[in-house]
Design a binder for this molecule. Structure first.
Ligand code: FES
Ligand SMILES: [Fe+2]
Length: 464
């Protein structure tokens, strides 16, 4: 059996051919200077031990995640434009915990444990606009939106209620790039430390200058890690999304991971507008046609002819720059082909996946919706750049989907893709629950699934 050192020596980082190159090879041939953040590389060999299946199914493991991760870690609760005005609030639920997130002043957002401190009813049932106070529906104890106890009936009977003693209990709040983070742990380190170097990667890509075109929240009958891991690798494309192969070279994806102090984040960059090695009769022409149609929001069965001036990846990128400039009034002329075409997805511990570039401007989060290892929420936002100088519109209502509701037709072309992903997730959960005792765990590809291994290594550290 090969030793770890021998395995490291032949550690490969993706697979490419002349027709279906790796992203790294495409970056070297980019018609523009590729952004320094995209050029950063860090893909060490992380090992190849199996991952125990019980991490996905055990209630004890789930409870450890609740105590050591969800109660202690910075996590995205919403976008700022979901609560644009003072008094706007929403309920953020995770793993049986509930927080009310409220805009208390034009530039101030607070979050509170969503518990009435009289006898424990959940205080706020659902999101709302312009509240001046929160009144418990049980006995009418009432708090101002800043969390201070405003009043309650029968004061003569509650001598132990003193000034400040029954104010709502705050979680910490931080804001980054239009996202509102909360941390239930008031002694936790700063959000800046939690973000670490990922902030630099987004320094020239302000997600707060984007608006929510749609936001979908789907309940999935699987562990949150099963759902999230389906988005941390491109290896599944060939089987799960075969329609993508003519224009996506999934095996050429670049994967990187970074751990710096409190911060743990990773990234994948998947080349588009080139055919996969797994595409049947793949060609550059077809790759351009398909990608051009996708970028125009067209369906594959209504492909009009490709404009004559689009003959390669560089000319498709140029067309894309002009189109984006036309839509937003912004200047895209310096962006690399990669930034306007490819799928560039980041992940920040524990569950936040913001995308960079104009290839696919999505963001995801995944979290247990209940106090259970077997079910989760997936949230996805489509974030579109605002025309320069335009104010951010309020977010549209969340499209809430139950476990049996398909994504299609709610979110355009992404619906089919997400439905294909979602088709596997409950079945993975079922498989994990009957994992054979004599197989030590799930097997991960060394490189293509390295972001999943990295995530587990960080998670295990936090649970220790
Ligand atoms: S439980 Fe809320 S007022 Fe009594
Ligand atoms: Fe997928």
């Amino acid at each position: 059996m090969a030793t770890k050192v021998e395995r490291e020596q032949d550690y490969l980082k993706g697979f490419g051919t002349d027709l279906s190159p790796t992203w790294r090879a495409l970056a070297e041939a980019d018609s523009h200077t590729v952004e320094p953040s995209l050029c950063k590389e860090n893909s060490p060999f992380l090992g190849d031990e199996p991952i125990p299946a019980q991490r996905y199914t055990s209630h004890d493991y789930h409870r450890r995640e609740v105590e050591k991760v969800w109660k202690k870690t910075w996590q995205v609760a919403c976008r700022e434009e979901e609560i644009p005005d003072v008094g706007d609030h929403l309920v953020y639920r995770i793993a049986g915990l509930s927080f009310v997130v409220v805009r208390t002043a034009p530039e101030e957002i607070k979050a509170f444990r969503n518990v009435c401190l009289h006898r424990g009813r959940e205080l706020v049932d659902c999101s709302g606009k312009g509240a001046e106070s929160f009144r418990c529906p049980y006995h009418a104890w009432t708090w101002s939106i800043d969390g201070s106890l405003k009043g309650f009936p029968g004061k003569w009977d509650f001598p132990t209620v003193q000034d400040g003693s029954h104010d709502l209990r705050e979680a910490r709040v931080g804001r980054w790039n239009g996202f509102v983070f909360i941390n239930p742990d008031r002694d936790a380190g700063s959000l800046a430390d939690h973000l670490g170097g990922i902030d630099m990667h987004f320094a020239d890509w302000p997600l707060d200058r984007r608006f929510t075109l749609w936001h979908v929240r789907k309940t999935i009958r699987s562990n949150w890690k099963v759902a999230m891991e389906a988005f941390l690798e491109a290896y599944h494309l060939a089987m799960t999304h075969p329609q993508a192969l003519p224009s996506v070279s999934e095996h050429g994806t670049q994967y990187d991971v970074w751990q710096e102090g409190d911060a743990a984040y990773s990234r994948s960059i998947t080349p588009t507008a080139v055919p996969s090695h797994h595409a049947r009769n793949g060609s550059t022409k077809e790759a351009l046609e398909v990608q051009w149609a996708l970028l125009n929001g067209l369906r594959m069965d209504e492909l009009p002819p490709l404009p004559e001036n689009i003959t390669d990846r560089a000319s498709l990128a140029e067309w894309r720059r002009e189109k984006l400039a036309e839509m937003t009034g912004a200047d895209y002329s310096a962006l690399s082909d990669a930034m306007v075409l490819d799928s560039i997805q980041y992940w920040l511990f524990p569950n936040f996946c913001p995308w960079l570039g104009e290839g696919l401007p999505l963001t995801y989060t995944f979290r247990p919706d209940q106090d259970s290892a077997d079910t989760c929420y997936m949230d996805a936002w489509m974030l579109v750049r605002l025309p320069d100088g335009a104010p951010t519109p309020a977010a549209p209502a969340i499209i809430e989907l139950g476990p049996d509701d398909p994504f299609e037709p709610h979110i355009g072309a992404m619906g089919e893709i997400f439905d294909q992903d979602d088709f596997n997730m409950p079945m993975v959960q079922q498989g994990m629950k009957q994992w054979p005792e004599d197989v030590p765990g799930v097997t991960l590809g060394r490189y293509q699934e390295s972001r999943i291994r990295f995530f587990h290594q960080v998670l295990e550290e936090r649970l220790a």
